[in-house]
Design a protein around this ligand. Structure first.
Ligand code: NAD
Ligand code: ZN
Length: 360
């Protein structure tokens, strides 16, 4: 057995209002390369207070990106990289301010600024050749764990797979939960549930261990406070807690693995274009034979926050669509291995996975 040996985020600041320290934090790096910063910001913040508090310099480049039409793509990263290098050369660093999509764009861009060719050729583990530029992550919605993970998930022409290596990890993360106050309740729920599902899947499988469990249990406790406790709902204290839960849930799965729900979610994402966190929720509600306790709690959370998920979706899916999704899910052996054991191929077949999609 090979034990995982991972790099962590280099520096982390936590606290309400800590975003105001951004300019001061990046100041020592300003002299690097062509001495300017690139800001990648969720379009939602265009014209909002955050835009006025950036304290950017005249030479900096600011991009507001709409993440709703599609999840980050390899082509999008390559175009952005080419445009930046041809206008101003290599920046001192990249700052991503937004959710998982924006943070993945910032991570991938940082790497691709220093690696030639198309990003699709680097989708996978340790394929990147050179370290990227200095990069900072500022989450504005909590749950995916993208702030701490060593992957930047991209949809390419062939696969939906991350640029995964040590250099993907942020040099600096700013955890300021004031930035998450404006998240609408449905997105707050779906993205937060990504954390909850990370913890359940990390725990309920053969790769769990004392290290992953310590993070996972604490993250689960926070999720229960936030979604089920006496003060459940969106409030400053819970926003703080969810930001920490997201990070810890991410660390838990990094040292263990995700499972059945994420495998199915990848199928929904790749074939139907469903967003990661929402797709997880669509799948997880039907997985009580794999995660009985987790699914029961999830359903209580759904009703407490009056979230309704669509049912009978599969009635509108063709057999080809279902098979295609099942194939995507089946091709994630590390997840099945963790969830079902090393003899998983005896327990799970493409046909059985198709059956799981037909429940939706
Ligand atoms: P997101 O970045 O896709 O944003 C979701 C929505 O929330 C968008 O409409 C966005 O505009 C809005 N939003 C964000 N912050 C807001 C705020 N403060 N106020 C109001 N609206 C706000 O959301 P996500 O769920 O965090 O990320 C999903 C993406 O993350 C997917 O692309 C998925 O592939 C990726 N992901 C990456 C990892 C990883 O480890 N790298 C893990 C899981 C998921
Ligand atoms: Zn996830």
């Amino acid at each position: 057995m090979i034990h995982k040996n991972f790099k962590s985020i280099e520096k982390t600041v936590f606290g309400r209002g800590s975003f105001k320290q951004l300019a001061e934090i990046i100041a020592p790096k300003r002299g690097l390369n062509q001495k300017y910063f690139v800001y990648i910001i969720d379009q939602y913040f265009k014209g909002k207070e955050l835009e006025n508090s950036l304290q950017e310099q005249a030479e900096d480049l600011i991009y507001f990106i709409d993440v709703d039409p599609h999840e980050p793509s390899t082509e999008q990263i390559d175009t952005l990289r080419d445009e930046i290098l041809s206008t101003k050369g290599l920046p001192a660093g990249v700052i991503g301010i937004g959710g998982g999509s924006i943070m993945d764009i910032a991570k991938a861009l940082s790497l691709m600024l220093c690696n030639e060719g198309k990003s699709e050729q680097y989708q996978g583990l340790n394929l990147i050749k050179n370290p990227g530029v200095y990069h900072v992550g500022v989450p504005t919605i909590s749950g995916t764990g993208a702030e701490c993970s060593m992957t930047a998930v991209l949809t390419g022409p062939v696969k939906k797979l991350g640029l995964k290596c040590e250099w993907t990890i942020f040099d600096q993360v700013i955890l300021d939960s004031e930035l998450t106050a404006t998240v609408p309740v449905d997105k707050w729920f779906y993205t937060g549930m990504d954390t909850f599902i990370h913890c359940i899947e990390s725990r309920d499988g053969i790769l769990n261990n004392a290290y992953s469990m310590a993070y996972g249990e604490q993250s689960l406790k926070l999720c229960r406070d936030i979604y089920l406790g006496d003060q459940a709902g969106q409030n400053p204290e819970n926003d703080d807690k969810l930001m920490v839960a997201s990070l810890m849930g991410g660390l838990s799965l990094t040292y263990s693995e995700v499972g059945v729900c994420h495998a199915l979610s990848y199928g929904l994402g790749k074939i139907l274009g469903e967003k990661h966190c929402y797709a997880n929720c669509l799948a997880f509600q039907h997985l009580s034979d794999f995660y009985p306790e987790g699914v029961a709690e999830f359903k209580t959370m759904l009703s407490k926050h009056q979230i309704t998920l669509p049912q009978n979706l599969s009635a509108h899916w063709s057999d080809e669509t279902i098979t295609a999704m099942a194939q995507v899910a089946y091709n994630l052996p590390h997840m099945w291995n963790h969830a079902l054991g090393s003899d998983w191929q005896e327990k799970m077949t493409i046909e059985r996975i198709e059956g799981l999609f037909r429940r939706m």
